[in-house]
Design a protein. Structure first.
Length: 56
């Protein structure tokens, strides 16, 4: 006896929370912007980011 396969596929929307492609893409872009700003701060001030923040 074989089971029949469902004929209707559920319509699942991708959520905006948790581990999904949207969150991963947003996190990657934020990391790239932060890294670029860190490099710009070091070039302009001739100090590292920690020294610029007064932590070193």
């Amino acid at each position: 006896m074989t089971q029949s396969q469902p004929t209707v596929k559920p319509n699942l929307e991708e959520t905006k929370f948790g581990f999904n492609s949207y969150a991963e893409r947003l996190n990657g872009r934020a990391a790239m912007i932060g890294f670029l700003l860190m490099i710009i701060i070091e070039v302009v001030t001739d100090k590292g980011v920690l020294a610029w923040l007064g932590l070193h």
